[in-house]
Write a protein that binds this ligand. Structure first.
Ligand SMILES: Cc1cc2nc3c(=O)[nH]c(=O)nc-3n(C[C@H](O)[C@H](O)[C@H](O)COP(=O)(O)OP(=O)(O)OC[C@H]3O[C@@H](n4cnc5c(N)ncnc54)[C@H](O)[C@@H]3O)c2cc1C
Length: 454
């Protein structure tokens, strides 16, 4: 590889900054155009959610570039869902059954800043803040860039451009102007609003080692811990309907809604009215497009290629996994960019589609199924089958969160496993009544053995 080869990234969000670290390590000259100011200097929010769940697929690429030691100091482990019932009871539903099977709450801004610092430290990365990409001319290899401070628009040459510019990607739109099979943004019809449970006397007001969920059927509240002992709380709710962002539009309606549906959360949310009416309402949508690349000139990764709804906590994790796969293809193909891009696209696209589907399904699990006795029985049985037949059976949630088996395979195995679980629990209400000899024959007949990376 020529040390002088230049790669241009559009977007210095989580995926763009981590990608810059990988590319810089390989010796490329990396330039990044980021439409926002430098969040390390200006006090801007990182946009979207304040904290995120980091899991194995996101951890592995951070380990590959040696950042995990620093990230470890920024995270709070969450060992399960703490379900808040209407009567205030709390029950922990563990995510896994081994000590290491936890996910980690991390500040989006801190992680983004760490990746930016690590990229710039290499010496061959330049980030141009306040510079927005408006369009890409693939015939002339020119980017149309707007300086957001001066309003000036200018053309800038590129050799290869990587679209890491998030769900409303300008690079995606440019690729799909010249070559498109499909480019769809599918709105969920539900949105989110962030609220805050502050620390009290320097301490957490709830168990910090859990992801708190108030499942209420068509909508839900969740809370993730922060390092300063606060919790970021997110209300997910339909855009329209009886209980919706459109309908809950006065302080009186808001307080009535919270007092009836989340009574135990109300005393913990001292600024609920201000947070609700001042904070933006975030839209939720799935992006599905193909192709993710254009010739040997451009590639999309992260939300630019596959924004997913946040209910599996995998958007960033999936984007980080894209970066790792992109790097593996560079290792394999060197400067043959046509193959680097088309192979990254071919290998990642089915996985982007799979996590998009599983994320939508998980909304129903989180807001509703977690309260259902049959769901709890199937979850308990899934753990038991994992214990008895570890080379065959691993709960789907674990496959997605604690392992790196491709998402598409996790989805396929998950479907078969769900059929097995439903069949075994059909006329049973307690795990002690399960017919384990039937379980064994179903498992060995329907599932192949699985090799899992930790
Ligand atoms: C409420 C919520 C909760 C979430 N929780 C989780 C979670 O727990 N775990 C998880 O893994 N994921 C989670 N996600 C998903 C995660 O936020 C995204 O998958 C992740 O941010 C994608 O990173 P990205 O870098 O691809 O895109 P982004 O984070 O959107 O970054 C894109 C960057 O590009 C810049 N940009 C955009 N357009 C241009 C342009 N034209 N020119 C120049 N720059 C541009 C933007 O300013 C931004 O800095 C959540 C998302 C939401 C909305």
């Amino acid at each position: 590889m020529s040390q002088q080869q230049k790669i241009t990234l559009i977007g210095a969000g989580l995926v763009g900054s981590l990608c810059a670290v990988f590319l810089a390590k390989r010796g490329y000259q990396v330039e990044v155009f980021e439409r926002r100011p430098d969040m390390r200097k200006d006090n801007i929010s990182a946009g979207r959610s304040i904290n995120l769940a980091l899991a194995n697929r996101g951890i592995y690429p951070l380990q590959q570039v040696g950042l995990m030691n620093q990230v470890n100091k920024m995270v709070t482990p969450m060992k399960g869902r703490m379900i808040h019932s209407l009567n205030g009871e709390q029950n922990l539903q563990p995510y896994g059954q081994r000590a290491e099977e936890v996910i980690y709450s991390v500040s989006r801004a801190d992680l983004n800043k760490l990746c930016m610092d690590a990229a710039e430290e290499k010496g061959n990365v330049t980030i141009h803040f306040n510079h927005r990409c408006l369009d890409v001319d693939f015939e002339k290899n020119l980017l149309l860039i707007k300086n957001e401070l001066t309003g000036e628009e200018y053309q800038h040459p590129f050799e290869r451009v990587i679209g890491t510019d998030g769900s409303a990607s300008a690079v995606r739109d440019a690729i799909h102007k010249v070559n498109s099979t499909s480019n769809r943004v599918e709105p969920l019809g539900h949105s989110y609003k962030e609220l805050c449970i502050p620390a009290l006397n320097g301490d957490f007001q709830m168990d910090p080692n859990a992801l708190h969920v108030w499942p209420r059927g068509g909508y839900m509240l969740i809370a993730l811990p922060n390092m300063d002992c606060s919790f970021t709380v997110t209300l997910f709710m339909p855009n329209e309907g009886d209980i919706s962002f459109k309908e809950i539009n006065t302080e009186e309606k808001l307080l009535k809604f919270f007092n009836s549906h989340f009574p135990d959360a109300v005393p913990l949310l001292p600024n609920i009215t201000q947070d609700y009416f001042d904070n933006p309402t975030g839209n939720l949508a799935t992006v599905r497009c193909t192709p993710w690349h254009y010739q040997d000139k451009a590639l999309l990764i992260g939300d630019a290629a596959h924004a997913v709804v946040p209910f599996h906590g995998q958007g960033m994790n999936c984007g980080f996994e894209d970066v790792s796969e992109f790097d593996a293809q560079i290792e394999k193909w060197g400067s043959d960019w046509q193959n680097v891009f088309s192979e990254t696209d071919r290998l990642r696209k089915p996985n982007g589609d799979a996590i998009a589907d599983m994320a939508i399904e998980n909304y129903i699990t989180m807001r509703d199924s977690v309260r259902d006795e049959k769901f709890l029985l199937r979850s308990a049985l899934a753990f038991e089958l994992e214990k008895r037949y570890p080379e065959y059976f691993c709960p789907r949630y674990s496959l997605v969160m604690f392992h790196r088996l491709p998402y598409a395979e996790a989805q396929q195995r998950g479907e078969i496993q769900e059929q097995i679980l439903c069949q075994l629990t059909e006329s049973v209400s307690d795990i002690s009544d399960i017919d384990f000899s039937k379980a064994e024959s179903l498992i060995t007949e329907k599932l192949s053995q699985v090799t899992l990376n930790p």
